[in-house]
Ligand binder design. Sequence first.
Ligand code: PLP
Length: 367
Amino acid sequence: MTLAPVLPLTFDVTASTAVRASVDRDAILADPGFGKHFTDHMVEITWTAESGWHHARVYPYGPLLLDPAASVLHYAQEIFEGLKAYRHSDGSVWSFRPQANAARLQRSATRLALPHLPEVDFVESLRQLIALDASWVPSAPETSLYLRPFMIATEGFLGVRSAHRVGYYVIASPAGAYFTGGVAPIAIWISTSYSRAGKGGTGAAKTGGNYASSLLPQQEAYEHGCAQVLFLDALEGKYLEELGGMNVVLVHRDGTLITPDSDSILEGITRDSILQLAEDRGHRIERRKVTLDEWGEGVASGDIVEMFACGTAAVVTPIGRLLGEGVEIGSADVVAGELTMSLRQELTDIQYGRVADRHGWMTRLDA
Ligand SMILES: *Cc1c(COP(=O)(O)O)cnc(C)c1O
């Protein structure tokens, strides 16, 4: 049997008859915060075991109608992505390496036993939403429209197996500048009581369950005056993994950038891009196991001179100090590292079209 080639999906478009008035939209865009306000439309594509991906559509943003037995609600069969649409100075709208998000969504899908959405349909789903909601992409410095594609098991069935009916959606939310009043180093809490992901688990997949298990340790971080929690490996509790939603990078005084390598870390596109930019400048990159002891001793001896977290939402966040049971690394009055800030600047310059895109990372969404 030969399989028919899978053609790109075509989208049915239903424009909202109740789009927000421009004065209301402008009021939101003037102070969007993060993840609080949503645009006028959303995307949905249905997958069934019999028919594959079909019925791609864009329609007015609103609540989902879900069977209460939908397996996402019971067994958390879901994955997601996060990327941004950036407004360039000529008014055009671009996204950063969306093909990498499409590929990662496929890897996450494999681990969560969900179907692969082809890259062309993923990128087209973003274009289709921007075609209707481009006016929601803000233009103030460091602002963007955050795009949240996600895939959930919608089949109403309480048996435990991968669902035969799945929905893929995209929603979008304007995002303000993450740091208002300058990029300040944050304090990180090291969780010794909780792990994020174990060997053979779902740590490398972008799936809600990883976040659900990070909420309690995150609360612990807040209680200790820290902004984020850092997880160690689940087996020995010795090696750095990552934060709840950001990867970590250390800078050695000889200019080497060191980042933890483990199969339970989510491979961030921001980290990959930052390391590429550093490599372009001649920095050495080490992807390897890093112990908490090495970090602590390195900071104390002056071997480690900068440390930062990175991810799409905040781009690059300098880390000032680390706290945990019996652990105190770094100090409260450390300032953001020079290399950290210059890599952050270079990456955002590419994203906002202020410098040449020499790696071909940008994809135009509004044309
Ligand atoms: C999304 C995510 C990151 C960062 O990935 P980016 O592609 O850089 O946004 C890092 N860690 C976790 C756990 C994540 O979910």
